[in-house]
Ligand binder design. Structure first.
Ligand code: NAD
Ligand code: UDP
Ligand code: UDP
Length: 329
C-alpha cells in the first residue's frame, strides 16, 4: 500500500529558513506549497526545487485570505532582520497579526495542524538569563523593534486563543538567532554582515563595544527542531525555545570570522542600535526533554559552511552592491 504524501503549506517558503524547510519536507516525501510575497525572500532560494513535481510556489501576501487545501501549515512569513522589519513597520505588524489570523482561519477550516515561527524577540531585552519559556519578557512597546516583537507576541496570543476556542492543533516555536547558507547578504544581521565584510576585505562593523551576546544556531539543526515539534503529540503545543545555548559575544564572533576567512579586514566601531538586547541565550531544557532535540553543529563548523556559501555567491555575483556591505544602525 502506498503512503499518501502530506500536503504542506510553508508561508515565507522562499526566505532563509523557509527554503531549507521546503527542502527537508520534500526530502521526506511530502508535497510542498511555498507561499511568499518575495519581500525578503528570493526566487533563487527555491529555484532548485521548481523541477520537483511535489513542489509548487505561489506569490501571495498572507495579510490577504488564502484558500488552498493542505494537511499542515508552517507559518514563517515575516521579515526577520531588523533593517527589513523596520523598513515598513506597519506592514510587519500586519503580517504577524492579520497574517496569523488568516493562516489560523485556514487551519480551522481544514482542521490542519499549524506551526508558528515565533521568536526570542518576544523576551525583548531580557533581565533573566538564560531565557526559559516561563519568562514573560521585557519588550519596549513603542520602540523601533516593537512592530516585530509585539506583532509576534500577538500572534502567539492568537495561536493560543484558536487552540482554546477552536481546539486547533498548534505548535509554537520561539526561535533564537539562526544562521547559515541563504541568509540574505544584505539583511544587516551580524553573521551575514561580518562574513561578507571579511570576504570583501571591508571593515567589520562592530556595534557598541561588542560585549553583547547572542547564541547562534546552525540552520540544519533548527529545521530538525521544527520537524520534531510538528511530529510531537498534540499536547506539545509550545511555546518552546529552539536555539543553540552556546553563548558568544559579538566581538568574539568578529574574531572567529576573521580567523576562519583569513581576512585582514579591520574592525570599526558603530553605535549600538536602540533597544539592542545586551544578552540573549536560550534555555532549551523543554526541547531537550519533550523533543529529544539539541543542536549538534559547532559554531566554527556552521560558519565554515556559511562562509563557503557567501564566497560562492560573491564570486558568482561580483555585482552585490557595496552598499550591501556596510549596513549601519
Ligand atoms: P526571511 O526574511 O529570510 O524570510 C521571511 C519570508 O517571509 C521571506 O521570504 C519574505 O518574502 C516572506 N514574507 C514576508 N512578509 C510576507 C507576507 N506578508 N506574505 C507572504 N510572505 C511574506 O527570514 P527568516 O530568517 O527565514 O525567518 C523566517 C521566520 O522565522 C520569520 O517568521 C522570523 O520571524 C522567524 N525567526 C527567524 C529567526 C532567525 O534567526 N532567522 C529568529 C527568530 C525568528
Ligand atoms: N481564512 C482564510 N482561508 C480560509 C479560511 C479563513 O484565509 O480557508 C481567513 C478569513 O478570511 C478570516 C480569517 O481567516 O478573515 C479568520 O477566519 P475565522 O474562520 O477564524 O474567522 P471569521 O471568518 O469568522 O472572521
Ligand atoms: N551587530 C554588529 N554588527 C553588525 C550587525 C549586528 O555588531 O554589522 C550586532 C547587533 O548590534 C546585535 C548582534 O550583533 O547586538 C546581533 O544582531 P542581529 O541583527 O544579527 O540580530 P538580533 O539583534 O536581532 O539578535
Amino acid at each position: 500500500m502506498s503512503v499518501v504524501a502530506k500536503r504542506i503549506l510553508v508561508t515565507g517558503g522562499a526566505g532563509f529558513l523557509g527554503s531549507h524547510l521546503c527542502e527537508r519536507l520534500l526530502a521526506q516525501g511530502d508535497d510542498v506549497l511555498c507561499v511568499d510575497n518575495y519581500f525578503t525572500g528570493r526566487k533563487d532560494n527555491v529555484a532548485h526545487l521548481l523541477g520537483d513535481l511535489h513542489f509548487e510556489a505561489m506569490r501571495h501576501d498572507i495579510t490577504h485570505p488564502l484558500f488552498v487545501e493542505v494537511d499542515e501549515i508552517y507559518n514563517l512569513a515575516c521579515p526577520a532582520s531588523p533593517i527589513h522589519y523596520q523598513f515598513d513597520p506597519v506592514q510587519t505588524t500586519k503580517t504577524s497579526v492579520i497574517g496569523a489570523i488568516n493562516m489560523l482561519g485556514l487551519a480551522k477550516r481544514l482542521k490542519a495542524k499549524i506551526f508558528q515561527a515565533s521568536t526570542s524577540e518576544i523576551y525583548g531585552d531580557p533581565n533573566v538569563h538564560p531565557q526559559s519559556e516561563t519568562y514573560r519578557g521585557n519588550v519596549n512597546t513603542i520602540g523601533p523593534r516593537a512592530c516585530y516583537d509585539e506583532g509576534k507576541r500577538c500572534a502567539e496570543t492568537l495561536f493560543f486563543d484558536y487552540f482554546r476556542q477552536h481546539r486547533l492543533r498548534i505548535r509554537v516555536a520561539r526561535i533564537f538567532n539562526t544562521y547559515g547558507p541563504r541568509m540574505h547578504p544584505n539583511d544587516g544581521r551580524v553573521v551575514s554582515n561580518f562574513i561578507v565584510q571579511a570576504l570583501k576585505g571591508a571593515p567589520i562593523t562592530l556595534y557598541g563595544d561588542g560585549s553583547q551576546t547572542r547564541a547562534f544556531c546552525f540552520v540544519d539543526d533548527l529545521i530538525e527542531g521544527f520537524l520534531r515539534l510538528m511530529a510531537a503529540p498534540d499536547e506539545v503545543t509550545g511555546p518552546i525555545n529552539l536555539g543553540n545555548p552556546h553563548e558568544t559575544s559579538v566581538a568574539e564572533l568578529a574574531e572567529l570570522v576573521l580567523s576562519l576567512t583569513g581576512s585582514r579586514s579591520s574592525i570599526t566601531r558603530r553605535p549600538l542600535p536602540i533597544d539592542d538586547p545586551v544578552q540573549r541565550c536560550p534555555d532549551i531544557g523543554q526541547a531537550s526533554t519533550m523533543l529529544g532535540w539539541h543542536p549538534t553543529t559547532p559554531l566554527q563548523e556552521g560558519l565554515k559552511h556559511t562562509i563557503a556559501y557567501f564566497d560562492k555567491l560573491l564570486t558568482e555575483r561580483g555585482a552585490i552592491e557595496d552598499s550591501a556591505l556596510l549596513v549601519t544602525p
